[in-house]
Design a binder for this molecule. Structure first.
Ligand SMILES: *[C@@H]1O[C@H](CO)[C@@H](O)[C@H](O)[C@H]1NC(C)=O
Ligand SMILES: *[C@@H]1O[C@H](CO)[C@@H](O)[C@H](O)[C@H]1NC(C)=O
Length: 406
């Protein structure tokens, strides 16, 4: 990278360790914005997109070259002095290393998965650099409550509208395409805000359906138990700190805590365990994953007609995948899952920019599974309460859902 764009710093990182284009759009986080850059010369060493994410106190902008991640910190006014600014930049770098878990050698994991699994060998060269993000547990929990019976584009709209509705705008900056158009960024709202009266009614009117009440009640449960702080808005609330402590718990105990929340069944809990609570071997399972296991991994079962997902079958599938992939089974699963998304049907097949893709030829090389339902997303409400511990709650939820057929 000869010259850096203004305000950016470079972090040396090959694309086999991290592909922003894949990782930020494959259904892990729903709050990254991707903007195409204005390309003036055909040069594969130049970034094609800028990705932006709004934290509580700053916006982080990223671009990727074959050798580097370029990062920039944007702070709200008033702009701090140089000393302060350097501190903030150092924090952003620490955040990046933590959020992308850069201490984990992904190339080594791909090698291990490839040597253990022929199915993985078939996809690994097209789907490089897909690693698990280490998300904020609170945002991750609420996002995956939204994800029940839902698809990526609609979950993205919901999560972004949640931020816009319940957070003050942090700052506005121009789009990176040189058009001069400004975009405003909103942080994810804290638990105390979503616990307030009226939230579920408002979210319903914004199209959240039955998830509106799940979100409100989960927030209220956290705030009632852990309280709210009077500290400045940048610092985490006690409820958020509590969710962070689940990282230090055994998987079973952390899962039991998550299952207490409203709208959280086994699958949502497992997504949160994997995506924000460091439980690398947890594989979120549904009937779709079951089908993959039957077709490619020698699990017994019928590929015709749906088998209902029981707790016993769920356990069997998890055990199976841990046996195949090892202690980062959840990470491997996310690569397979991404390869299965419709939006990624041509991923890794097209040439770099300025050559036109040939969809006709590409289509033949698509990998076999083309189901619409992404496997990391929770199962539709046919089965979502199979793991609910309390029968009374189970009945109440059913009643609520009947009122709002989705
Ligand atoms: C820079 O700003 C910080 C925080 O506002 C302040 O504590 C510090 O004294 C300032 N330093 C200089 C050199 O002005
Ligand atoms: C996602 O779901 C919405 C609402 O059910 C639907 O209108 C939309 O077409 C779906 N999008 C995709 C890409 O499947």
């Amino acid at each position: 990278m000869a010259t850096l764009p203004p305000g950016f710093h470079a972090l040396s990182l090959p694309i086999i360790q991290l592909s922003l284009a894949a990782v930020l759009k494959c259904g892990q986080s729903f709050r990254w914005n991707a903007y195409p850059l204005k390309i003036t010369s055909p040069d594969a060493s130049l970034p094609t997109h800028e990705y932006r994410f709004c934290l509580r106190d700053r916006v982080v902008c990223l671009r990727q070259t074959p050798t580097d991640i370029l990062y920039r910190t944007v702070l709200p006014d008033p702009q701090p002095n140089m000393t302060e600014r350097k501190l903030r930049e150092a924090e952003t770098l620490l955040w990046l290393k933590d959020y992308f878990q850069l201490d984990v050698d992904l190339a080594l994991l791909y090698e291990q998965w490839g040597s253990r699994d022929k199915v993985f060998l078939r996809i690994r060269d097209r789907f490089t650099g897909i690693r698990m993000l280490r998300q904020d547990p609170w945002e991750n929990l609420i996002s995956f409550i939204c994800s029940s019976n839902n698809n990526i584009s609609r979950i993205t709209k919901m999560v972004q509208s949640l931020a816009k509705e319940y957070s003050l705008p942090l700052l506005s900056i121009p789009l990176p395409d040189g058009s001069g158009v400004e975009e405003t960024y909103y942080p994810f709202p804290p638990p105390s805000v979503l616990a307030k009266p009226g939230v579920s009614t408002r979210l319903r009117s914004l199209g959240f359906g039955y998830r509106a009440e799940f979100i409100h009640r989960t927030a209220k449960m956290l705030v009632d138990t852990h309280g709210t702080s009077t500290r400045p808005s940048q610092t985490s609330e006690p409820s958020e700190l509590f969710l962070h402590t689940l990282r230090g718990m055994a998987t079973e105990d952390a899962r039991a805590e998550l299952l207490k929340f409203v709208g959280v069944g086994r699958k949502v809990a497992d997504c949160v365990l994997l995506m924000s609570l460091d439980k690398t071997d947890v594989v979120p399972v549904d009937t779709h994953v079951h089908q993959i296991a039957i077709k490619h991994y020698g699990m017994k079962g019928s590929t015709k007609g749906k088998t209902s997902m029981t707790p016993k079958l769920y356990e069997e599938l998890c055990t199976k995948f841990v046996k195949v992939w090892g202690d980062h089974a959840g990470w491997a699963h996310s690569v397979l899952f991404t390869s299965d998304l419709k939006a990624f049907a041509l991923h890794g097949l097209t040439e770099p920019q300025f050559t036109s893709p040939s969809p006709q030829k590409d289509r033949k090389r698509r990998i076999p599974d083309e189901d619409e339902m992404p496997s990391l997303l929770p199962t539709p409400p046919r089965t979502p309460f199979a793991y609910n511990p309390s029968p009374a709650e189970h009945v109440k939820k059913r009643a609520r859902m009947r009122r709002t057929p989705e």
